[in-house]
Write a protein that binds this ligand. Structure first.
Ligand SMILES: [Zn+2]
Length: 315
């Protein structure tokens, strides 16, 4: 059945980007994101993820602002034609949903070429990585705190590796950021979906104020922050915040994402977190890691203290 669904989806959305078969998850360029950018043939980002086991989809960039999420049925109704819809109805099982999770995919630790940056080394990769981090005002204290690494060989060669630890201290994800100026692919990540993880969950104190940020560089510059790895909260993190956050939740998104930030605020504030959600307005064209790069942690703290609630009338 899954192969048939994938074929229908590719017919509707064009070639797929990533396919995690054991998770029944496949990604495409989002038609809404692409049309906003005026691109007919996709934006190459692959932000739209479909889970054909659960029969749902979501765009990581624009689902909050453009409602790009829901059932596959809705997806095909919006972007496909009647034939697609008919084909889809024929291939899905009667009960529409396959009960029971397929085998959960967990990553098997860090890449085997991972080398910690905490120990001085006499090789070119090490020097370049340290230099890159230094330029972004990230010193040994943060390198140690987050166990940043690099690799001289393998898939993650030429990248700073950011490990993510789950609540048991096991690796549940990692990200590789290229330190080479002309790299085509800035970020590289493992073959598991980020929908199923909370980055560095193990480092979070749920009883303190929690900061929601976009990327890993924002994350490491702000203690007790969680990077959403995009502009949209995944359902797992949303639920966890509602269940576990006992202090404030403060949204610190990039300046270009104010709409997403307000949507996120509204969504969180309409749960039992009501009254405990705050927002930090970022200076124009800045993200948190820029603030840290120029002004250090003092600058970050100063900015964070400007967090405030949004007036009801503006929501
Ligand atoms: Zn989109």
């Amino acid at each position: 059945m899954s192969q048939l669904i994938v074929e229908i989806l590719e017919d509707v959305l064009g070639n797929s980007k990533k396919h995690y078969e054991n998770k029944s998850q496949i990604s495409f360029d989002c038609p809404v994101c692409s049309s906003i950018k005026g691109l007919d043939c996709g934006d190459g980002k692959g932000n739209l993820e479909v889970n054909y086991n659960h029969h749902v989809y979501k765009c990581w960039a624009c689902s909050e602002t453009h409602g790009t999420h829901g059932t596959i049925n809705k997806l095909i109704r919006k972007y496909g034609n009647k034939t697609h819809l008919k084909q889809y109805q024929l291939v899905i099982p009667d009960n529409k949903r396959i009960i029971g999770e397929k085998e959960k995919v967990v990553i098997n630790g860090l890449p085997k070429d991972f080398t910690s940056l905490t120990i001085d080394r006499d090789d070119n990769g090490y020097r370049q990585a340290i230099q890159y981090l230094k330029k972004r005002n990230i010193g040994l204290d943060l390198i140690k705190k987050y166990n940043l690494g690099y690799a001289n060989t393998g898939d993650y060669r030429g990248r700073i590796i950011f490990p993510s630890y789950d609540s048991d201290g096991n690796i549940n994800y990692f990200l590789g950021r290229s330190y080479e100026k002309y790299s085509k692919l800035k970020y590289k990540n493992p073959e598991v979906s980020k929908m199923g993880i909370i980055f560095n969950e193990g480092k979070i104190n749920w009883d303190s104020n929690i900061y929601l940020v976009e990327g890993v560089f924002d994350h490491i510059t702000l203690p007790n922050s969680i990077p959403m790895l995009g502009k949209v909260l995944n359902d797992l993190l949303f639920k966890k915040l509602i269940d576990c956050a006992s202090a404030k939740v403060i949204i610190v998104l990039d300046n270009d994402a104010e709409k997403d930030a307000i949507n996120l605020y509204r969504r969180l504030n309409s749960t039992k977190l009501n009254g405990r959600v705050l927002m930090v307005y970022m200076p124009k064209r800045f993200d948190l890691s820029d603030v840290h790069q120029r002004l250090g942690s003092k600058g970050v703290i100063k900015l964070i203290t400007t967090a405030k609630r949004i007036k009801e009338s503006l929501l």
